[in-house]
Design a protein around this ligand. Structure first.
Ligand SMILES: [Zn+2]
Length: 344
């Protein structure tokens, strides 16, 4: 089969489309004919190489997969050949202390499809049958593939970890990113007032179209000062962080008394300065979040099928343009998801 691979870690020049062996369904797995797979920042990190995470090379990326079931492994029940499905990208052992509590993304053996295993940037991929959700009629593979990782991440961060409530206010950084654009919608659904930080007029308009009440252009304004000004020096109840080092101090300053900062990433660097007196005096909480549980996945997928949350597809490209897809995401030129399709 054809797959987008890299044989060693590095820049986008390492990406190529090559012939590789087609996967076979192991016990508990199904093989999907991939119809659409979305790109995530994670794919960029994995291609460059993540310290402490060893992956088998050559590697096939792609955590967000939608396709048709073409082969069913031993012991799999309730799945039919030809079914249109989308995949929860999380993998967990089901046996550790945290799995027993249903906290799958805290599993001691938590892994992500397309990061620790071969993913969906290929004509076929093998995934656990337990990770499938059926795609209803009226939804395309491209729309479905744009959902899992970012909506799962955003839902857990906002609703489970930060416990966002109706009437509260939230600041969402990097609003053109996939999880951030999902977060704007989730925060509005939860009844919060949304302040979104973006970097251009065009992206500001897109953030507003998704429901952002206030948009701050970080290239023109200091976002923390602007939040203070626009909230009459109160600050916001929740900040959703994924940019890390460059924005960390500003994010803490933008919080109201008793506010919560929830982070699921650090794209500009891993070390943020925390003013400890600010932390205790304003009784601020710093909360981490990553991916989500099977239950959270089922919840966000249901909300998408009910059209209460909308997948945001920036563009659809053929798999052959994997390099262009990586470069576009790396340059931050997109708003929402870049989706690749193996057969065009
Ligand atoms: Zn576990």
């Amino acid at each position: 089969m054809k797959a987008a691979i890299f044989r060693k870690h590095g820049g986008t020049d390492e990406l190529e489309v090559a012939e590789v062996a087609q996967p076979v369904a192991q016990a508990g797995e199904v093989v999907l004919r991939v119809r659409a797979a979305a790109l995530n920042h994670l794919d960029l990190w994995v291609r460059r190489g993540l310290p402490g995470i060893e992956i088998r090379l050559p590697h096939i990326g792609g955590s967000d997969i939608a396709g048709e079931v073409v082969e069913i492994g031993a012991g799999v029940e309730g799945v039919t050949e030809g079914a249109r499905v989308v995949v929860n990208p999380g993998l967990w052992d089901g046996t550790c202390e945290w799995c027993m509590k249903g906290e799958h993304s805290l599993c001691v053996n938590y892994r992500i499809i397309g990061e620790h295993t071969d993913g969906g940037f290929a004509e076929y991929t093998a995934v656990p049958a337990a990770n499938l959700a059926a795609i209803p009629d009226g939804f395309s593979f491209e729309e479905a593939a744009a959902v899992p990782l970012v909506f799962l991440t955003a839902w857990r961060a906002l609703m489970t970890q930060a416990r966002l409530r109706a009437g509260e206010s939230i600041l969402i950084l990097g609003a053109s990113g996939g999880a951030a654009s999902a977060s704007i919608q989730i925060a509005k659904l939860a009844g919060a007032r949304v302040y979104a930080v973006t970097s251009s007029e065009e992206k500001a308009a897109q953030a507003r179209a998704l429901g952002a009440d206030e948009v701050i252009d970080r290239t023109k304004e200091d976002f923390a000062k602007e939040v203070f000004k626009r909230t009459n020096r109160r600050g916001v109840d929740v900040v959703l962080e994924n940019t890390g080092e460059e924005t960390w101090e500003g994010s803490l300053r933008a919080l109201a008394r008793g506010g919560r900062l929830v982070t699921y990433g650090g794209t500009t660097g891993p070390n943020g300065n925390t003013n400890i007196p600010l932390l205790f005096w304003k009784q601020i909480q710093i909360i981490g979040s990553t991916m989500g549980t099977a239950d959270e996945f089922a919840t966000v997928m249901r909300l998408v099928w009910e059209r209460r949350l909308r997948p945001v597809v920036d563009r659809v490209l053929p798999l052959d343009q994997i390099k262009e897809a990586h470069e576009t995401l790396e340059a931050g030129e997109q708003f929402g998801k870049i989706v690749l399709t193996p057969q065009v």
